[in-house]
Design a protein around this ligand. Structure first.
Ligand code: CUA
Length: 332
């Protein structure tokens, strides 16, 4: 709906209309009852004023009244609940095939990394008409990614990935705010989401990413940190094979399973002893504090990009019992 009230942010995403409709419903219900209550207060004040002092008739119980004031609010609240839940789920479940972008919040800026290796600060370029999913983390305190024109807001937390998704419907430049008080320059932690036509977006992409893709950056880190000495994918490797790991269930030492998602992979790097894969020794050193959040996201992109090895070896994730290798770790 074309809304030009200057108090109201522009609507520029596929979810904006749904969020607004729910908002107007809440507003209408609140306004209706506010007006009703005030009108009643005034009407009764006039009708039963002291100079006329008519004595009101006392009512002793009324089934229709009881039912009316129970059932009507219940109905109104259930509409809020079901409608709100459906919008909430739609906002919180990124569609498959969305364009993946990674974001790191810090005091006091937004840093974005695109899969092709483009990096931006306080600016985010996205194509119009395409689902975009942001995987976000903070390297210090809690921030919140807020784009009013898209009607999306999601807290960005230290030590934990959160996601937000949107599909922009109109090319243009939209405000990006931090919506969680995060220190002295919180109000300066602002930026822009620049929505481009597909052709312009391709042009922007072609404008030189510099250092190769995000996954390639991760691969380089993987080698530099010597991860590949243990995570090699052959039998006898001291660490689990990471090929084809992402999104698959992993059996842990205690016999329970976890899905190898973003959080699991991040935890396995910064706190490897937390969830040791069944059949392996807890020999991996922690990398806590040694890799930046951006580096961790690069490693994540690299691990996600690893296809399951096409060689005959059965996937180790499914058949973990590699013989427990005695502690023969060399010093790095
Ligand atoms: Cu970051 Cu407020």
């Amino acid at each position: 709906m074309p809304f030009t009230l200057p108090l109201f942010p522009e609507a520029a995403s596929t979810m904006a209309g749904r969020v607004d409709a729910l908002y107007f419903y809440l507003l209408a219900v609140s306004a209706f009852f506010t007006v009703l209550i005030f009108v009643m207060v005034l009407a009764f004040a006039v009708r039963y004023r002291r100079s006329r002092h008519p004595v009101p008739v006392e009512i002793e119980g009324s089934m229709p009244l009881e039912i009316a004031w129970s059932v009507i609010p219940l109905g109104l609240a259930m509409v809020m609940f079901v409608w709100g839940a459906s919008v909430f789920f739609a906002l919180n479940r990124p569609p498959r095939g969305a364009l993946e972008i990674y974001a790191v919040g810090k005091q006091w800026m937004w840093k974005f990394q695109h899969l092709d290796g483009h990096r931006e600060i306080n600016q985010l370029h996205v194509p119009v008409g395409r689902d975009v999913k942001l995987t976000m983390i903070s390297q210090d305190v809690i921030h919140s990614f807020y784009v009013p024109a898209f009607r999306v807001k999601q807290d960005v937390l230290p030590g934990r990935y959160t996601t937000v998704w949107f599909q922009a419907t109109k090319p243009g430049s939209y405000h990006l705010f931090c919506a969680e008080y995060c220190g002295t320059s919180h109000s300066g932690m602002i930026g822009q989401v620049v929505v481009l036509e597909p052709a312009q977006y391709q042009l922007w992409l072609a404008g030189g990413a510099g250092e190769g893709s995000l996954a390639a950056g991760g691969q380089k880190l993987f080698r530099d940190l010597a991860c590949d000495t243990c995570h090699r994918g052959d039998t006898g490797a001291r660490g689990p094979d990471l090929a084809g790991l992402f999104g698959k269930p992993v059996t842990l030492q205690a016999g329970n399973k976890v899905v190898a998602d973003e959080s699991y992979i991040r935890e396995s790097i910064v706190n490897p002893a937390g969830k040791v894969v069944f059949g392996y020794q807890p020999i991996m050193p922690t990398f806590q504090g040694q890799i930046s959040e951006e580096g961790l996201l690069q490693l994540l992109a690299y691990i996600k990009s690893l296809e399951a090895s096409k060689t005959a070896v059965p996937a180790p994730a499914a058949a973990p019992p590699v013989p427990a290798v005695p502690e023969t770790r060399k010093t790095r």
